[in-house]
Design a protein around this ligand. Structure first.
Ligand code: 3PY
Ligand code: MG
Length: 251
């Protein structure tokens, strides 16, 4: 099956990407049914292991949302397993140089473009029986730019063949510029965010960024970002609980 995310971005210039950290297939199913264009299962900072990610990918693929994963690292072994489990895109954290970017692309592409091993289990169920002939094109590869070092190496990272897009991690980026964690840093880190976006867009790469909530996601779209995350499941759940509880305050 075609990866709809590229087309959605072409048509509308942006796409919404839910972010899951709660290890639950029900929670994943619920979120995916909300109408997001993509849903990302986060194994890096989410409380999610491979077995749980599998059931969450199954839940997401019962909807129109494109199932994406953020692996724990650029480890090709885990990336390949998650693709076999039916992920249609990878958002790899901490891609600080071109060698890491090449390793990520290598894990996502069958030879000769890469060195992904064959055995696409759920990939076949989600992608269809012709999965193998299309996987190298349909599986999206996003590299996370989230450090000063990555910004310094940006040109060589973006030049790695096979990358479809970048996704900025503003919290980590802010830390490496001497700031505190935050999704909307100011000063040098803010300049770096715009620099990375414009360089990637100039190379026709997709541009994504993590955002703390929907209002911030809207501001990022207005700045030209294409793939935005209006908060993660845990933050949304917590904020919803606090908001409901606030009605009871003082009674
Ligand atoms: C960051 O902001 O560093 C992220 O990785 C968002 O999840
Ligand atoms: Mg990060």
């Amino acid at each position: 099956r075609a990866n709809k995310l590229r087309q959605v971005i072409k048509d509308r210039n942006h796409a919404s990407n839910a972010w899951l950290s709660v290890p639950s297939s029900y929670s994943a199913e619920l979120v995916a049914h909300c109408g997001f264009d993509a849903v990302t299962v986060d194994l890096q900072h989410g409380m999610i292991d491979f077995g749980q990610a599998l059931t969450m990918l199954q839940a997401i693929s019962s909807t129109q949302a494109v199932p994406l994963v953020r692996p724990e690292s650029s480890d090709p072994v885990q990336i390949m397993r998650l693709l076999d489990a039916g992920a249609y895109g990878v958002i790899c954290p901490q891609v600080d140089d071109a060698a890491i970017a090449r390793a990520v692309v290598g894990a996502c592409k069958y030879p000769p473009a890469g060195d992904r091993s064959f055995g696409p289990s759920r990939g076949l169920l989600y992608g269809g029986p012709d999965y193998f002939s299309h996987a190298n094109n349909e599986v999206l590869v996003f590299v996370m730019i989230e450090s000063k070092k990555a910004v310094r190496n940006l040109d060589s990272i973006l030049a790695v063949p096979g990358i479809d897009g970048i996704l900025i991690g503003p919290n980590d980026l802010s830390l490496t510029y001497g700031g505190t964690p935050g999704s909307e840093p100011e000063g040098e880190a803010a300049d770096a965010i715009e620099f990375v976006r414009s360089q990637a867009a100039g190379r026709q790469l997709l541009t994504g960024i993590f955002c703390a909530d929907g209002a911030m996601a809207r501001r990022r779209i207005d700045q030209g970002f294409q793939l935005v995350t209006p908060g993660n499941d845990a933050a949304i759940l917590k904020n919803g609980c606090l908001q409901q509880l606030s009605h009871l305050a003082g009674t």
